[in-house]
Design a protein around this ligand. Structure first.
Ligand code: 6PG
Length: 244
């Protein structure tokens, strides 16, 4: 397989979410025991939503929440109460249910009228994440994959994909005619663990291209996920893995 990282295939999206929720808490306990806290960059998307719901359902009273710090890997340029907001999704699925201190949740302010300034202000928040080699080093970066090969809000053909210095950048998504903010590969690839969640038959063709076909030309954004010190875990359901 043409692949960075390990692949696990689960029967369906619910099984994947339950197993990933259990692994999230195991990783949290380990990080808290070793370093006193667990730092995570959350993703938007339907698969992470199931994970957040499982975390809220299965670990609602876990003492670890007081030591968990949640950031966002990307956000759409909408207010926090908007139906397309990743913050709103995570809040409804998770934050509203568990005892995580409000100060431990860092929303990406992509709805700011000055999106460049918003990107810079999120970089200032990322300074609070433990650093490695002068860059934020999350314990977990959660990602999804779009059927066009995007991950976070790093879309094919955008300059954000090749960003080497800035930690957070504005991205104009032509296909959606809208702006987003996204963390960049210098941050993603500096994590201890990158966990890529991909579910559904609609992702099968792209997964095949990425994992089975030889790389030709420019890599797709998701093909640039390659942690320099950490590990990449692909977690798929059977429908997404059907053509591998
Ligand atoms: C977003 C994302 C994005 C997402 C993929 C997969 O805000 O849209 O962070 O990268 O993870 O598009 O989304 P699904 O899991 O919904 O297919």
């Amino acid at each position: 397989m043409n692949l960075n990282g390990a692949v696990k295939v689960y029967d369906d999206a619910n099984t994947l979410a339950a197993a990933t929720a259990a692994d999230f808490m195991t990783a949290a306990r380990r990080a808290i025991a070793e370093r006193g806290a667990f730092y995570v960059a959350l993703s938007g998307g339907s698969t992470p939503q199931k994970l957040y719901e499982r975390l809220a359902a299965d670990y609602v009273g876990a003492p670890e929440w007081s030591r968990i710090h949640l950031y966002f890997g990307d956000e759409r340029a909408v207010p926090p109460e908007h139906e397309q907001s990743n913050f709103r999704m995570a809040k409804t699925a998770l934050f509203d249910h568990v005892a995580i201190p409000a100060a431990h949740i860092s929303r990406l302010p992509a709805d700011s009228p000055d999106i460049q300034a918003a990107a810079r202000s999120y970089c200032e928040q990322l300074v609070r994440v433990p650093q490695r080699e002068g860059k934020p080093c999350f314990d977990w970066v959660l990602l999804g994959m779009g059927d066009d090969g995007h991950t976070a809000s790093l879309f094919p053909g955008t300059s954000a994909v090749a960003e080497r210095d800035a930690w957070v950048v504005p991205v104009y998504v032509e296909r959606l005619k809208s702006w987003r903010l996204s963390v960049t590969f210098p941050v993603i690839n500096n994590a201890h663990d990158v966990v890529l969640l991909v579910c559904g038959a609609g992702k099968a063709t792209m997964l095949r291209k990425i994992l089975r076909e030889p790389l030709s030309g420019e890599p797709l954004p998701v093909q640039r996920v390659a942690p320099t010190h950490g590990a990449l875990q692909w977690r798929l359901d059977r429908a997404a893995a059907a053509m591998l």
